[in-house]
Design a protein around this ligand. Sequence first.
Ligand code: GZL
Ligand code: ZN
Length: 304
Amino acid sequence: SANTGDGAEGNGDDLITIGFAQVGAESGWRTANTKSIQDTLTTENGFDLKFSDAQQKQENQIQAIRSYIAQNVDVIAFSPVVESGWDAVLQDAKDAGIPVILTDRAVDSEDDSLYVSFIGSDFVEEGHRVGEWVSENLGTESINVVELQGTTGSAPAIDRKEGFEDAIAGNSNVTVIDSQTGNFTRAEGKTVMEGFLQAHDDIDVVFAHNDDMGLGAIEAIEAAGKKPGVDIKIVTIDGVKDGMTALADGKFNYIVECNPLLGPDLAEIAKKVVAGESVEKRIVTHDDAFDQEGAKAALPNRQY
Ligand code: GZL
Ligand code: ZN
């Protein structure tokens, strides 16, 4: 058989080699996001995907990006676990002539030439929509809110908090009495909620930056002998299956979706970039929102 002799085993000349540095596997959202990327960036679709899981550590993501630069991949894509500290490694990718696509989370780099496109939801708007719902539906009387923040320093945690605060600012009935990070995980959300329940006996609402921390809060609230969704309302962001199920079961009260299915947009942008076509700098994914009735109707058709 004709041996190309170029050592490119299994990588036909026409495949786009893309290095993806994923945050980790911290939540149901992340699992769905990873599945979307791995199901879409396939050899059938013209890609040779190199994938890494950073276990939510920035140094691991930077190391993965450096390894993709060393392998001289065609494109690098990643979801920055935190906003800051990326300029050096992104400059190295730029110097190596390797385009970088941001998916899901943003970086706070001043120089936006360091990446060609950012595909992801508007987290400020997500937080704002939750805050508007709380203000309009629960803020008709004085309510105390505790907040389970996402990963400290991450774009979704910073922006969701900002959006929520902006939405409730005009309603003096709504007071955030405590706020702490649960790092987007169910286990940490439960632990932090246990602390909130020990510190406060007047909690009316939990605002969790993602479903997984809200699910942890359910466990803590039930262990304390209270009814989640009734004695203590829970509002969250993501809309993964476990969250939508809790909402349909009346243990959550409202969810603003954060669409994790970013694989198709990433594939399209990567192909355009490699073909030398111009691409949109910012692609905002569409998010829906659900109350308990909405969740019951939507659950049968949810993809994740
Ligand atoms: C948001 C994403 C967040 C999800 C969490 O786009 O970065 O990280 O809301 C996930 O569930 O862990
Ligand atoms: Zn708004």
